[in-house]
Ligand binder design. Structure first.
Ligand SMILES: C[S@@+](CC[C@H](N)C(=O)[O-])C[C@H]1O[C@@H](n2cnc3c(N)ncnc32)[C@H](O)[C@@H]1O
Length: 341
């Protein structure tokens, strides 16, 4: 499952251009000011693609093939918690054999493969990142689920598929990358047949976020900078965008706030963790990775710029963990919406 450290950014992720691409990303991010934010939104396809070309190997190395968080019960493994979070989407959408769903921003296919296997539905993965899509399709074939999957390389703001061609739509921690929420939900609305449902895990600032608090503002900026995000929304903005796109809002709630006692979603970024994946993603694990990469970069065993990418991800991880601990951010604002008809 995991990549070797020396394989990071070696094949297909930029090779010798890593230093130039991380510089390009830093320039595109520009800062937390409004004009930089506007530019990130206008230029979102390049901004996102540059980010995911750089970080995909790190995500697979430290986290696995499902690039999302999950509520985790006591005694539940990291892998089981991720799968349960994915199964919940399938369950709420009522996915079953004979149905077709679209996965908007499907990453390297971890959730799509799990949801296809769990539900028997056919799933079409949409992603504008060619490197990720190629890995997703290859893995899906390797596990014998190719007959239940299709892939479209395109922007989820303009999906290359006919109106009303899907029974269901879902997106797991990907619409947070959209430059405009109403735009991406509107595209899901167009793709759904009347009566079809959309389920989303959205990134949101919670009511505890105080825009006047410099510490909160810094954490928001670091999550956006390190996470390749244009702007993190508030729950009421998400709800309004879902309705403005034409949907009936069936349910919207923060799953992190109601999680039973267990292991908080941000724990893999802080504690020692129990699984191999969470050891690597923990604070101590990331320090070891960062130090090793620093050495490997000097020895020219990984491309120049790799350590800067690692630092960028550590910025995001630290901010996510602190924002989670303070309760000012959630990666699992769950939305279920229905297209009337
Ligand atoms: C945090 S990852 C989540 C991936 C996947 N849903 C998962 O949980 O493993 C966000 C994904 O959204 C994709 N993405 C970002 N902007 C996109 C866009 N405009 N069109 C299509 N995909 C996009 C990225 O390439 C990445 O795969």
């Amino acid at each position: 499952m995991a990549r070797r450290l020396t394989g990071i950014l070696k094949d297909g992720s930029g090779g010798d251009c890593v230093a130039a691409r991380i510089e390009d990303y830093a320039r595109r991010y520009g800062g937390a000011a409004q004009d930089s934010l506007d530019e990130r939104k206008t230029d979102y396809r390049n901004f996102e693609n540059t980010y995911y070309d750089l970080v995909t190997d790190f995500f697979e190395y430290g986290w696995g093939q499902s690039f999302h968080f999950a509520p985790r019960a006591a005694n539940e493994s990291f892998a089981a918690s991720l799968a349960r979070h994915e199964h919940y989407v399938a369950h709420r959408l009522g996915l079953a054999p004979g149905m077709t769903a679209v996965d908007l921003g499907c990453g390297v296919g971890g959730p799509l493969i799990e949801i296809a296997r769990f539900s028997g539905a056919r799933i079409v993965g949409v992603n504008n990142n060619a490197l990720q899509l190629e890995r997703a399709a290859r893995r899906c074939d390797e596990v014998g689920l190719g007959h239940l999957a299709d892939w479209i390389e395109c922007d989820f703001m303009r999906v290359d598929a006919p109106d009303a061609s899907f029974d269901a739509a879902y997106s797991i921690e990907a619409t947070c990358c959209a430059p405009d929420k109403k735009g991406v939900y509107g595209e899901a609305f167009r793709l759904l047949r009347p009566g079809g449902q959309m389920a989303v895990y959205e990134y949101c600032l919670t009511d505890r976020f105080d825009g006047a608090d410099p510490g909160h503002r810094r954490l928001k900026a670091e999550m956006e900078h390190g996470g390749g995000l244009p702007d993190i929304a508030r729950p009421h903005e998400v709800d309004a965008a879902v309705r403005d796109a034409g949907f009936e809002l069936v349910e919207a709630r923060d799953l992190a706030a109601e999680a039973p006692p267990g292991i908080p979603w941000y724990q893999p970024l802080t504690g020692s963790g129990l699984s191999f994946a969470s050891v690597r993603s923990s604070d101590a694990g990331r320090r070891v990775t960062h130090g090793s990469l620093w050495l490997l970069e000097r020895l020219r065993l990984v491309p120049r710029g790799t350590t800067r990418v690692s630092a960028l991800l550590n910025l995001a991880a630290g901010a996510l963990a602190e924002a989670g601990r303070l309760g000012i951010f959630t990666p699992m604002y769950f939305v279920l919406a229905r297209k009337p008809g």
